[in-house]
Design a protein around this ligand. Structure first.
Ligand code: SF4
Length: 810
């Protein structure tokens, strides 16, 4: 057969040796490349399929999607129909709305032209833009536009409503019989679309169709052309290798299906030819034994819908997610949901720069400014899709009528049902795992656990690798953390009877996560500023003592009128009222500010505080000890070095303290690892930390979330991992890991007690800070409440002092 000349056809010659490479060898090479660049992760996109129009001006010999007008009730789905599908998807926890449609049907069918005219749209793409916008606004699902070969204007318009787009190259042969009636399937049109998408910085999905009459050499040509376009623009996020299956009532219904070996060869060849950062996908529903596709080097299963059929292959249902997970795990791969746009285009080097828009920020380069938050809102810390079960709806808020110490806003409209820190939605059960570990399945996570068990301290990369854990790996880390907990502190679960006294909410600092502070410089201008008098503080301490409290926790905003003596007076007021009360108070910021405002060095100031009765420092104000994250979250606050120095000096003068970490807003696992390593180093130096307290970011009323610049807090998987990995990292150095019930809730706390935690923290009467950020797990906890968390686990609840001495019941 003669070949139509196309500009790239000779580029494949460098890879011509692949044609005769034995399949097992080629697949092994492909797997090695995949493993080296993508590890053991296999992604999928939970999606709904929205077939906006099944009319198409092309007639391809294999296609059952395109229909003539007579077979359709309406040329286009109506906005109500589009929204109904999208809402079903949102309810089921999908992240993607895949818009699939025929190419420019208005060019061929009068009925399509008339429908568009009657509804006020200039073209099919014009209507697609409107429907993608509708879906975004109403459901938050991320559209992926699959609108075929488009010109620059259409691609650019779609970029504003669709974080990624796609068009299959299919084949670069211009003489395929199946494309004879398809003016949009010419190699020139396909390549031009791919090129312009790159110029417009559109994260782009493309691919080849295998078995439609093309040869191996033709496939190599197509893959080389895709690779070259990606090298020019960096925009090809994934390549789909799809196998041809003959379908009834199509021009190719009597052709043979793509042979399995040919399909596997094509996948493996794609992995070898394409730059390794391009993800490789093969659809699981088009193969009976789809596990073998993993052996050929894929790292993505593509879109899988719990709601809609594959409208392009309606006779092939999506595999059930559990089966997809089991098949993936049986081959040592971990399944993770992704967004329509891949993480490299959202986070990559540093998602923190979503705010700054600096040039190294991938999201600013690749995602339209108007879509950045919509993408971020569904992200986990790795830029993948949030993986808690349940719906994610866009959060719409209105000002609260009564603010007082609580959140300034209330949620309106659809309620998300996923677990969030501070919200009442139940968490998924991750610990203990309901699934038995797969025999003989060893991943990097298991190797790291073994290395630690053998006495090796975890380094930065190992900690980050543990934070990437998915599926059964999460349970493996939790089980190991539980083992370490048992060895360190036995089976008791501790709590402390304390009262929070947040003496003022007026603050001169502008921490972007803080919903608590009020005042002229803070981000919250509504709400009631207050400042307790010393008498109020003393009275609250006395009340607490009379109710059995052994500790008061003193924290507040940094009032512009305070000098360093204020904190001394507060301490003295408590001690004068209740001499035996343990004063646990003042963050490193308050201490550092107090010393600075008094013109004293930290050591003399902390010594004075200790002499006045201060007994220990909370670890708050640490937030995240990573300078890049701090520069966004709290740029005017003390630096990470200053936080560490304050605690170093506190330990030196004999004051204990704890380590907190706030996680789930803008940082990535690399920030978490840095935080853990820096605090672990200090603990080795001083031994002054008594516990590790992870504090999941509560997003609902946090200013940075309301300004559309942060995620929605950590996922529950991330929350489990933070506590469990903390137990492992601080093993032998810090015995106590606390779960913050006020942010995580009772059901989550019970799971975390089986993931390395041994302490439930304090009764926290009058907890205001989490509440101001929107948490609604209550303001105080009783001994009975703690008992209800610990008892079902067969663990003994005991009351402790702030310093972890057991308090015997009197
Ligand atoms: S976190 Fe503390 S320092 Fe920052 S604004 Fe809130 S009250 Fe002020």
């Amino acid at each position: 057969m003669s070949r139509q000349s196309i500009p790239v056809s000779r580029l494949g010659s460098d890879h011509s040796h692949l044609i005769d490479t034995p399949l097992p060898d080629l697949m092994a090479r492909a797997r090695d490349i995949r493993d080296a660049h993508h590890g053991s992760r296999i992604t999928f996109s939970p999606k709904v399929f929205i077939p906006l129009t099944m009319l198409c001006r092309d007639t391809c010999g294999y296609c059952t999607f395109a229909q003539p007008p007579a077979r359709l009730e309406s040329p286009y789905l109506s906005p109500d129909e589009v929204l109904a599908i999208a809402k079903r998807g949102a309810t089921m926890g999908c992240h993607e709305a895949l818009f699939t449609l025929g190419e420019a049907p208005e060019e061929r069918y009068t009925v399509a032209r008339d429908w568009l005219d009657a509804h006020g749209y200039t073209s099919t793409v014009d209507y697609l833009v409107a429907m993608a916008r509708l879906v975004l606004d109403e459901t938050g699902l991320l559209p992926h536009a699959n609108a075929g070969a488009l010109d620059r204007d259409d691609l650019a318009r779609l970029r504003t409503v669709s974080p990624s787009q796609g068009m299959m190259i299919e084949s670069l042969r211009g003489d395929l019989a199946c494309h004879r009636g398809a003016p949009d399937k010419t190699p020139e049109r396909r390549l031009a679309t791919l090129e312009i998408a790159g110029e417009l910085k559109i994260p782009f999905t493309t691919g080849i169709l295998v078995g439609i009459g093309e040869s191996r050499a033709d496939r190599i040509d197509a893959l080389v052309a895709i690779a070259d376009a990606h090298r020019r623009h960096g925009h090809v996020q994934e390549v789909i290798v799809q196998n041809f299956l003959p379908k009834p009532r199509t021009g190719m219904q009597h052709e043979a299906p793509c042979p399995q070996d040919e399909f596997l060869w094509s996948i493996a060849a794609a992995r070898v030819i394409l730059p390794p950062d391009i993800h490789l996908q093969a659809p699981p529903n088009l193969s009976d034994d789809f596990g073998v596709l993993l052996d050929a080097g894929i790292d993505d299963w593509g879109g899988v819908s719990p709601v809609t059929a594959d409208h392009v292959n309606p006779e092939r249902p999506w595999p059930d997610l559990d089966r997809l997970r089991d098949v993936s795990e049986s081959r040592g791969m971990n399944l993770a949901p992704r967004l329509t746009v891949y993480p490299e285009f959202v986070t990559g080097e540093n998602s923190l720069s979503l705010e700054t828009g600096k040039s190294h920020d991938p999201a600013s380069t690749w995602i339209d400014a108007g879509l950045k938050f919509t993408v971020l809102d569904r992200c986990d810390a790795e830029g993948l899709g949030r993986d808690d079960p349940g719906a994610v709806w866009p959060e719409k808020v209105t000002a609260a009528d009564v603010v007082n110490d609580g959140a300034e806003v209330v949620l309106v409209g659809h309620r998300s049902t996923q677990w969030y820190s501070g919200a009442n939605n139940p968490p998924p059960t991750l610990v203990p795992s309901t699934k038995s570990p797969l025999k003989d399945r060893r991943t990097r996570v298991h190797e790291i656990i073994d290395v630690h068990r053998a006495g090796h301290e975890l380094g930065h990369d190992e900690i980050v690798a543990l934070f990437r854990a998915r599926g059964r790996e999460v349970a493996a880390i939790a089980e190991y953390a539980d083992e370490l907990r048992q060895r360190a502190v036995g089976d008791t679960v501790t709590w402390v009877h304390n009262r929070n006294i947040n003496y003022t909410n007026v603050c001169t600092f502008k921490c972007k996560f803080c919903g608590f502070s009020k005042g002229p410089l803070s981000l919250n201008l509504r709400g009631t500023p207050y400042l307790l008098t010393l008498d109020d503080i003393a009275r609250r301490a006395e009340e607490a003592w009379n109710m059995g409290a052994t500790e008061v926790t003193l924290q507040g905003g940094i009032h512009p009128d305070f000098d360093g003596d204020y904190y001394l007076h507060v301490t003295q007021a408590v001690k004068d009222a209740v001499p035996d009360m343990h004063v646990h108070g003042f963050t490193a910021l308050e201490i550092t500010e107090g010393a600075r405002r008094n013109g004293e060095d930290l050591e003399s100031y902390l010594t004075k505080m200790k002499n006045a009765g201060l007994a220990s420092l909370p670890g708050t104000a640490a937030e995240i000890l990573d300078s890049r994250a701090r520069s966004i979250l709290c740029s005017d606050k003390i630096t990470a070095d200053e936080w560490l120095e304050c605690h170093r000096v506190a330990h030196r003068v004999g004051l204990h303290s704890n380590i907190t970490i706030m996680f789930g807003s803008i940082e990535e696992p690399t920030s978490w690892a840095e935080h853990m390593i820096r605090t672990r180093d200090l603990q080795k130096e001083t031994g002054g930390f008594t516990e590790f307290i992870p504090l999941p970011f509560v997003h609902m009323a946090s200013p940075i979330y309301l300004q559309r610049k942060s995620r929605r807090g950590p996922t529950f998987r991330e929350t489990v991992l933070m506590h469990a990995i903390g137990r492992v990292v601080y093993d032998g150095l810090i015995d106590n890991v606390q779960v913050s019930w006020v942010k995580i809730g009772v059901a989550g706390a019970r799971q975390l007690l089986q993931a390395g935690c041994n302490d439930l923290g304090g009764t926290l009467m009058d907890e205001n800070i989490s509440r101001a950020a929107g948490a609604n797990h209550g303001q105080k906890m009783s001994q009975e409440g703690f008992q209800a968390v610990a008892s079902p686990l067969g663990r003994t609840l005991v009351q402790r002092s702030t310093g972890y001495k057991i308090i015997q019941p009197s």
